[in-house]
Design a binder for this molecule. Structure first.
Ligand SMILES: Cc1cc2nc3c(=O)[nH]c(=O)nc-3n(C[C@H](O)[C@H](O)[C@H](O)COP(=O)(O)O)c2cc1C
Length: 152
């Protein structure tokens, strides 16, 4: 039952090095892409990151609370175009939790890593994320969701 998924989900910050299956990644992405959005404007952009080296570099986008990205084997950068929709934060948040709940249903651990309003020194975390991942500078970045096989 869906409530069992809701009850069992906990943020996971330590993952094994066993990668996710392609089918698992596809299902997590589908859950995010099927998230409802205001006026169905499709302002949210989900960027899957399978390159573990890039995931580790993304962990440096802020000074603390990026532990999940230090062992994650898969991550999704959750971004949005603020020119397309004024409630992009709501839309991006819904997509984030949809992916986390789908991951839990698959027995996969996840953790939301906040990017919006965070920084590393004087540099906004989202600027670091956009530079490392080569994203359009006009996008806003809400979060990076870390995924992997649960170690604890
Ligand atoms: C908006 C938001 C931002 C969060 N940012 C971070 C973060 O930057 N790093 C982190 O390790 N966890 C982060 N979390 C996870 C929370 O710490 C976690 O959900 C909360 O402590 C409740 O624990 P639970 O997810 O196990 O129920 C965030 C969660 C939310 C909803």
């Amino acid at each position: 039952m869906f409530i069992d998924v809701v009850r069992s989900r906990k943020s996971c910050r330590l993952f094994s090095d066993v990668p996710l299956e392609d089918s698992e990644i596809d299902t997590i992405m589908e859950a995010g892409l099927r998230a409802p959005s205001s006026r169905q404007l499709k302002d949210v952009k989900l960027f899957p990151v399978r390159d573990v080296g890039l995931i580790r570099r993304l962990a440096l986008c802020k000074e603390s609370s990026t532990t999940p990205l230090e062992t994650a084997t898969f991550a999704v950068i959750v971004a949005a175009d603020p020119d397309v929709c004024d409630v992009w934060i709501e839309d991006a948040s819904i997509a984030t939790i949809m992916m986390q709940l789908e991951a839990e249903d698959l027995g996969i651990g996840s953790c939301w890593v906040q990017v919006r309003l965070r920084s590393n020194g004087d540099v906004p975390a989202e600027d670091i994320v956009k530079r490392e991942a080569g994203l359009d500078r006009g996008l806003k970045v809400l979060s990076i969701v870390a995924f992997g096989r649960k170690l604890r």
